[in-house]
Design a protein around this ligand. Structure first.
Ligand SMILES: CC(C)(COP(=O)(O)OP(=O)(O)OC[C@H]1O[C@@H](n2cnc3c(N)ncnc32)[C@H](O)[C@@H]1OP(=O)(O)O)[C@@H](O)C(=O)NCCC(=O)NCCS
Length: 181
């Protein structure tokens, strides 16, 4: 498979406790419960935007065909979306950024690690991607620990750099397909 195979047909990835899947308009009530919560944006690089404050807006227009992934993270037990994960800013089908966030009600249960490691494995097993990377505010201990548990390497520290809309000290974390094969 290749990234181009998923342009119009995004994947569903199952883990022990989670289903990582495309989001649909019937997920809006679940999304409304956590997406506007400012606490999850503390180290996110920006405050909640319009669609995050009002998740209905996410479904107003049909998705543009893209190689990027933006998938919901749902608990298998009830299929409620409690977080989301992106693989985006894809360069030459070889390198992409990855990001994950979860409702604060579900932090500390291992779901971040479970979803990030499943998405990482999916990218390396089912697409041509060879490198995934992310920027992490140095104060975001949960994210650093999660990335390290998933096999990501802290590759560098950027001092007072621009991370989305904020200026902060941030780490670059990255993983190569060859790191886990
Ligand atoms: C980052 C995030 C996805 C982690 O999800 P999570 O499900 O809570 O993480 P996990 O339960 O898998 O925990 C991963 C590790 O981090 C540790 N951890 C969790 N919160 C922590 C904290 N506040 N400080 C230090 N370590 C922490 C856990 O103990 C675990 O390590 P361990 O197994 O050695 O004990 C979640 O905190 C989140 O959504 N944050 C807001 C959005 C965000 O900042 N995303 C990352 C942007 S790069």
């Amino acid at each position: 498979m290749a990234l181009s195979d998923y342009i119009n047909n995004k994947p569903t990835i199952e883990t022990d406790r989670l289903i990582i899947r495309p989001m649909v308009s019937t997920d809006v009530p679940s999304l409304k419960k956590w997406m506007p919560d400012r606490t999850i944006y503390t180290y996110w690089g920006k405050a909640p935007g319009k669609a995050e404050k009002d998740p209905e807006l996410m479904f107003e227009k049909a998705d543009k065909p893209t190689k990027s992934f933006h998938l919901g993270i749902a608990e298998k037990i009830n299929d409620m979306v409690i977080g989301d994960i992106w693989v985006y800013l894809i360069e030459n089908d070889r390198m992409a950024q990855i990001a994950v966030r979860l409702s604060s009600d579900f932090h500390g249960r291992g779901y971040g690690t479970e979803s990030l490691s499943a998405m990482t494995a999916f990218c390396f097993e089912h697409t041509e991607l060879q490198r995934l990377w992310t920027q992490v505010d140095v104060r975001n201990n949960a994210s650093c620990r999660m990335l390290e548990k998933c096999g990501y390497t802290m590759e560098g520290l950027i001092r007072q750099g621009k991370m989305i809309n904020t200026w902060c000290d941030y780490y670059i974390y990255g993983i190569l397909a060859s790191d886990i094969q």
